[in-house]
Design a protein around this ligand. Structure first.
Ligand code: CA
Length: 224
């Protein structure tokens, strides 16, 4: 799952990015609304975290309005030091899905991000299920038929993306853009390597054929 943070306070932005990366999200950070617009309008994100007061052509609310006008409906959490009810209403009217007043706790932000990630897909719980696979996105645990799988943070993120796309083929590029950071130097080969890790831990270990190669396209998680 890929997140864009647009926040000009570098310390806050870095702290948020570090925390969210630790949870297995791919996180990009921009510090002004122009760079934020460039990224949000061209790269596929699963969640945007926008600060309200930003340097650049737009403030956070204006940036959000522009994105929504261009039909970029990425779930968005608006951050602000402006805490009044009127401002909250203005933010939500602009198309924000949620609103968090500074100062906030990291735990609260994490909970809001998880809620936003659950929103687009038909009310999915934090527990994803596909065949005998189960993945708890808040606890970062996966299991096969009730037996815990020992997965690294990246393997877990890759599996989560495949589980959210179960039955649908996804390309290596789609995988890279949802599972790795924009800045990360990732080659298509790296995806193959990680798919191989998952095959060893899931398919080979349990005698199933869940991780399919789709010739000319990429990969697909197929559970029946
Ligand atoms: Ca700011």
């Amino acid at each position: 799952m890929r997140i864009l943070i647009v926040e000009d306070e570098v310390k806050i932005a870095n702290a948020l990015a570090r925390t969210l990366r630790g949870e297995g999200y791919a996180v990009d950070v921009e510090h002004d609304s122009d760079a934020g617009y460039a990224m949000a309008s061209t790269e596929p994100y699963d969640v945007l975290i926008l600060d309200w007061l930003l340097p650049g052509e737009y403030d956070g609310v204006e940036l959000l309005k522009v994105l929504r006008k261009e039909h970029i409906m990425t779930p968005t959490l608006l951050l602000t030091a402006l805490g009044s009810v009127e401002q909250k209403t203005q933010g939500l009217d602009a198309g924000a899905d949620d609103y968090l007043a500074k100062p906030f706790s990291i735990a609260e932000l994490q909970a809001r991000v998880r809620a936003l990630l659950r929103r687009p897909v038909a009310q999915q719980d934090t527990i994803l299920t596909a065949g005998k696979l189960q993945l708890n996105t808040s606890l970062h645990e996966a299991s096969f038929d009730g037996t815990p799988l020992a997965l690294t943070v990246k393997e877990l993120a890759l599996l989560e993306y495949l589980m959210r796309s179960v039955g649908r083929p996804v390309s290596k590029d789609q995988i890279i853009s949802h599972v790795w950071d924009f800045d990360a130097d990732i080659l298509p080969n790296t995806v193959e390597v990680y798919i191989k890790y998952l095959r060893t831990k899931i398919d080979d270990a349990h005698g199933v054929h869940y991780l399919r190669t789709v010739r000319g396209v990429g990969y697909k998680l197929e559970v029946d």
